[in-house]
Design a protein around this ligand. Sequence first.
Ligand code: RB5
Length: 154
Amino acid sequence: MDKEPAANNFIGNSIIIGSDHGGFELKEKIKAFLLSKGFTVEDAGPSGTESVSYVDYGKKVAGAVSRGQFSRGILLCGTGLGMSMVANRFPKVRAALCSDLFSARMSRLHNDANILVMGGRIIGDILAFELVKTWLETEFEGGRHQDRIQCIDL
Ligand code: RB5
């Protein structure tokens, strides 16, 4: 990943990120990783390790992506399960819970995922950085996959 990423489909190279306490430490590390790569990061919180509900922070990030305020978001909780359940309730949000590089790549190629979800208690830092890098660098293929994702929202 270059220091200055291509703007392509990002709104101002901005990414919104949020977590609960289970994902807080990894959120902080991913934030630093993204900043070092030239992205602008909007941190939806929390700001510490106190116990909070993943629902509140998942709604903040998914709501912002759903409204079109951000093209991409990243969510973390302990497992990633709660965050992905919350995020995928929002129209136009396609949140992908990933813990392997193939899924991260395919979530972009075929599903045009706009939120990457990870479990802070599941994966290590280096794998998380690789997942983020792959997910941000992979473009949506479009074509037949465009037709399919258009049918997702009820
Ligand atoms: C918090 O203990 C935990 O439930 C949360 O981080 C997440 O894993 C929920 O899906």
